[in-house]
Write a protein that binds this ligand. Structure first.
Ligand SMILES: *[C@@H]1O[C@H](CO)[C@@H](O)[C@H](O)[C@H]1NC(C)=O
Ligand SMILES: *[C@@H]1O[C@H](CO)[C@@H](O)[C@H](O)[C@H]1NC(C)=O
Length: 385
C-alpha cells in the first residue's frame, strides 16, 4: 500500500472508532451534564415572570433561547417582551438578555410562539400571536420576526394574518420544522392551536422561506366552536417533528383529558397539508396533566420531555423511542423532581462526535412553583462517556 492510502485508511479507522464508540441508540443512558438558570422571575430586568421557553440551534451552530418576559403579572394576557439569549459555545456561556420584541402596554399582548430555522437560506424565524384572548382588543394577529445574522439582529414584526386570514392562533409553543425529506422538502411547517372554543391543532406552511404563508392541516376540537366540557376532545398546544420517512408527527396537549390523561399524537403524511383523524391516536405511555411538552428527533431517535405526572406539573422527565414513537424505552431520565412546566428541546447536527452526544432542554423549573425560573439543561446521551 502507498503511504497516502495507508494514511487514508488509518484516518478512516480512527474516525470510525471515535464516532462509533458509545454511539449506538441501544446504549442511550441520558445524564444531566450541565444546567444553568437563564431567567429568574421577579429578579431580572423588572420583569414579573419569565414563561414559555423556546430553544433552537442556528445554521451556524449557535443556540438561541427565547422566552416571554411578562411585564406585570404571571398571567397569559398582559404586556410582554420577547427575551432572547444566545450561546456560541454549545450552551457553556450565554449572552446577556436582549429584548427583541416589545408590545408596549397592551392589555392582551404577545404570546409565544414557534421558532423555525430555514437551513436553506440560513434564517431564523419566530412566529407569535398578539391579542389571542380578545381582552380589550380585536382582532388577534399572527406575527413574525426574522433574523438573517444568526440571531444578532431581528426584523420589524410582520403581520401574517394579512396572508392567512384573521384567526386566533398561538404557534407551538416550541419549534417549527423545515422539511428535510420529501414530500415537500424545504417547506416550513409551524403548528399551534386556536381559540378557546374553536380550538384544535392548526398548521401554517411556507414553501418560499417564509415570504408567503398559507393554511395547512387542521385537527378540530369536538364540539367545534362550542363551549367545552370535561373530557371533550380538545387538542391544544403541540410540537411537530419530522420522521426519517418524511412524515410529520405532532405531539399534542390533551386539554380536557379526552380518553386518557396522556398525549394525543397526530401524523401528517403530506407535509402538513392534512392532519387526518384516522392518523390520530393516544399515547398511553406518555402520561400528562395537560401541558405543553417537548419532542425532538435526533439520528432516528425520538425524544420526549414533559412533567410526567397525571395530575400536576412536577417530575420533568426525558423519554426516548427507538421505534418512531410506537413504543418507549422502558427507562426514563428524571431532569427535575419538583415543579416543572413547559419544555422545548434542540440539538446541534454538525455530525461531529461531540454534537452527536448531546441534546439540550429548556424548561420551566421551580421549587414552590414552576414559573420561578427558566432553566437550560445539557443532556449527555451516553452517560458522560
Ligand atoms: C393584521 O392583519 C389583519 C388582516 O389584514 C388585520 O385585521 C389586523 O388588524 C392586523 N393586525 C395588526 C396588529 O396590524
Ligand atoms: C416521574 O415519571 C416517571 C416516568 O414516567 C414515573 O415512573 C414516576 O412515577 C413519576 N414520578 C412522579 C412523582 O410523578
Amino acid at each position: 500500500m502507498e503511504t497516502g492510502s495507508r494514511l487514508a485508511a488509518l484516518s478512516l479507522l480512527l474516525f470510525l472508532l471515535s464516532s462509533c464508540v458509545c454511539i449506538s441508540p441501544e446504549q442511550i443512558e441520558p445524564l444531566l451534564y450541565d444546567e444553568q438558570l437563564l431567567w429568574v422571575s421577579g429578579v431580572m430586568g423588572e420583569v414579573n415572570t419569565y414563561r414559555i421557553p423556546l430553544l433552537t440551534f442556528t445554521p451556524k451552530g449557535s443556540l438561541l433561547a427565547f422566552t416571554e418576559a411578562r411585564k406585570s403579572s404571571s398571567g397569559d394576557m398582559g404586556a410582554k417582551f420577547i427575551a432572547m439569549r444566545r450561546s456560541m459555545d454549545k450552551g457553556a456561556t450565554w449572552s446577556p438578555t436582549s429584548f427583541i420584541v416589545d408590545d408596549g402596554e397592551k392589555p392582551d399582548g404577545l404570546n409565544l410562539g414557534s421558532v423555525v430555522v430555514d437551513e436553506e437560506v440560513g434564517s431564523v424565524i419566530l412566529v407569535y400571536d398578539i391579542c389571542f384572548y380578545h381582552h380589550k382588543c380585536n382582532p388577534s394577529s399572527i406575527m413574525m420576526v426574522e433574523s438573517r445574522d444568526d440571531g444578532l439582529s431581528w426584523s420589524q414584526p410582520r403581520n401574517l394574518s394579512v396572508q392567512l386570514g384573521v384567526k386566533s392562533f398561538i404557534p407551538g409553543p416550541g419549534f417549527g420544522i423545515q422539511k428535510r425529506y420529501n414530500p415537500a422538502k424545504g417547506r416550513l411547517v409551524v403548528c399551534g392551536h386556536g381559540t378557546l372554543a374553536a380550538n384544535g391543532v392548526f398548521c401554517i406552511l411556507s414553501d418560499d422561506h417564509g415570504r408567503h404563508w398559507y393554511n395547512g392541516g387542521v385537527l378540530k376540537s369536538i364540539p367545534y366552536n362550542q363551549q367545552k366540557r370535561a373530557q371533550d376532545f380538545d387538542p391544544d398546544e403541540c410540537q411537530p417533528v419530522e420522521m426519517t420517512d418524511g412524515s410529520i408527527v405532532i405531539n399534542v396537549r390533551n386539554q380536557n383529558s379526552y380518553h386518557c390523561r396522556c398525549r394525543i399524537v397526530v401524523r401528517s403524511l403530506d407535509g402538513g397539508l392534512t392532519l387526518p383523524v384516522e392518523n390520530t391516536f393516544f399515547d398511553y405511555e406518555l402520561v400528562d396533566s395537560a401541558v405543553s411538552a417537548g419532542a425532538l428527533v435526533k439520528e432516528g431517535v425520538l425524544y420526549f420531555t414533559n412533567p410526567s405526572n397525571e395530575h400536576s406539573r412536577v417530575n420533568m422527565t426525558l423519554r426516548w423511542s427507538l421505534t418512531d414513537g410506537n413504543s418507549w424505552v422502558n427507562k426514563a431520565a428524571q431532569i427535575w423532581a419538583g415543579p416543572s412546566g413547559y419544555s422545548c428541546m434542540t440539538s446541534l447536527n454538525s455530525g461531529s462526535p461531540e454534537d452527536r452526544k448531546f441534546i439540550f432542554v429548556i424548561y420551566e423549573k421551580g421549587h414552590k412553583n414552576y414559573c420561578e425560573t427558566v432553566s437550560f439543561a445539557k443532556i449527555h446521551l451516553y452517560g458522560g462517556r
